[in-house]
Design a protein around this ligand. Structure first.
Ligand SMILES: Cc1cc2nc3c(=O)[nH]c(=O)nc-3n(C[C@H](O)[C@H](O)[C@H](O)COP(=O)(O)OP(=O)(O)OC[C@H]3O[C@@H](n4cnc5c(N)ncnc54)[C@H](O)[C@@H]3O)c2cc1C
Length: 366
């Protein structure tokens, strides 16, 4: 059986690798730029369902399942590629600077604890004992010790190497359209060349609504720009992920700090702007005032694949022969292991281990 994957971001590469775990499938990834060039390498690399969640539900459950899969996913990838992906079990603090934010954290901790998760409200001495460099104006924080991080650029390198070693084929080019026979997708048109496939997986991130013939409504998948800043300290001065209402900080082990991020619907514009940088830096300095003296070593922006209800599209697409693995918005790095597993099960016609109804493309129809 031949599988074509449109898009070589974290989704496309993770799925390709999963599909090549046995020799039964021929797998080809089609990428218009270079693998990992877009949102996936722009990400901060937080593996943080508890940080990110706004409430319980199928999306939260999916992110927790994926977080559980991460240690093995990272270890296997390192073994297969020889590249360290810097999976770091660092934990996180979600910090409140106002009374309203403290109440919101309290509520979040309650529903997360009710699900059996570790979460605790810290204030005063307890808080500053954990992270002494935190702004003394912080009133409290949710301690979320099971949210972690990985280095997305290393990760994407590792995935590309592991996929190549596993026998995944790569082709550069833009998929202009899907090709169909009698209403079933049977291949793709890549820069005018037709390639046949038994299954096509659309993993084109923010561009997923632009592939002609896929019938993915461009109004349901849109790019949301995120601007990022990398700061360099001589040595790390805090070790946990830190998040506030204004932004977040991801401390790498070597003293770099990745600071993010804006959420802007500005089409496919990937510029870094003065206003964007100002927002990210202000939030960073509010969290850890000492960062005011840190060197700015890099800035960039990426396009998150947003969906209209902020749930990904996973599984059967609008047409037979087409599977979707897109719309992971703010959590695509976190969701890679579970997405790859589920798409692998669908391609192989195995029992699917998660109820995909909330994530299917036509979720509003019976
Ligand atoms: C600033 C920022 C910070 C983030 N931080 C985090 C984080 O901390 N944790 C987390 O879990 N997630 C985070 N995310 C989200 C995460 O990066 C995305 O959800 C994830 O990368 C999406 O992966 P993808 O493979 O679907 O998309 P992409 O990485 O964008 O890959 C899609 C690929 O498809 C290719 N493509 C598109 N159209 C075509 C075509 N027609 N033909 C051929 N190729 C095509 C593109 O060139 C691209 O390489 C962040 C995102 C951003 C932008």
């Amino acid at each position: 059986m031949k599988v074509i994957i449109v898009g070589g971001g974290i989704m496309g590469l993770s799925i390709a690798l999963e599909l090549r775990k046995a020799d039964d499938l021929e797998v080809m990834v089609l990428e218009k730029s270079i693998p990992g060039a877009e949102a996936s390498s722009a990400a901060a690399g937080m593996l943080a369902p508890q940080f990110e969640a706004t409430g319980p539900g199928p999306m939260f459950d999916l992110t927790l399942l994926s977080r559980m899969a991460w240690p093995k996913f990272a270890a296997t990838l390192e073994e297969r590629s020889g590249v360290a992906v810097d999976y770091l079990p660092c934990g996180g603090l979600q910090v409140a600077f106002t009374d309203d934010e403290v109440h919101a954290l309290d509520a979040k901790i309650s529903w997360q604890k009710a699900q059996g998760l570790r979460a605790e409200l810290l204030s005063g001495d307890e808080l500053f004992a954990r992270e002494p460099k935190l702004n003394p104006k912080a009133l409290a924080a949710a301690d979320l010790p099971d949210d972690h991080q990985v280095n997305p650029r290393q990760l994407l390198r590792a995935l590309a190497i592991a996929a190549t070693k596993a026998g995944v084929g790569f082709k550069s080019g833009t998929v202009r359209a899907l090709v169909e026979t009698g209403g079933t997708v049977t291949g793709v048109d890549v820069d005018g060349e037709v390639l046949g496939a038994d299954v096509v997986v659309l993993a084109a991130g923010a561009w997923s609504g632009l592939v002609s013939g896929a019938e993915v409504d461009p109004g349901r998948v849109k790019p949301v720009r995120g601007q990022m800043v990398e700061l360099q300290l001589r040595a790390p001065i805090f070790t946990r992920l830190l998040k506030s209402a204004g932004g977040y900080l991801v401390p790498r082990a070597d003293g770099r700090v990745v600071a993010g991020s804006t959420m802007e619907m500005v089409g496919f514009d990937k510029n870094v702007t003065a206003e964007g940088l100002q927002k990210v830096l202000a939030a960073s300095i509010q969290l850890v005032p000492e960062l005011a003296g840190a060197a700015v070593t890099s800035t960039w922006a990426g396009l998150r694949p947003w969906t209209d209800d902020q749930l990904p599209f996973l599984g059967e697409g609008p047409k037979p022969g087409l599977l979707l693995a897109t719309g992971h918005f703010r959590n695509g790095i976190l969701l890679a292991p579970i997405t790859a597993r589920l798409i692998g099960q669908l391609v192989r016609h195995e029992k699917v281990s998660v109820d995909l109804k909330p994530f299917r493309y036509r979720r509003n129809s019976p």
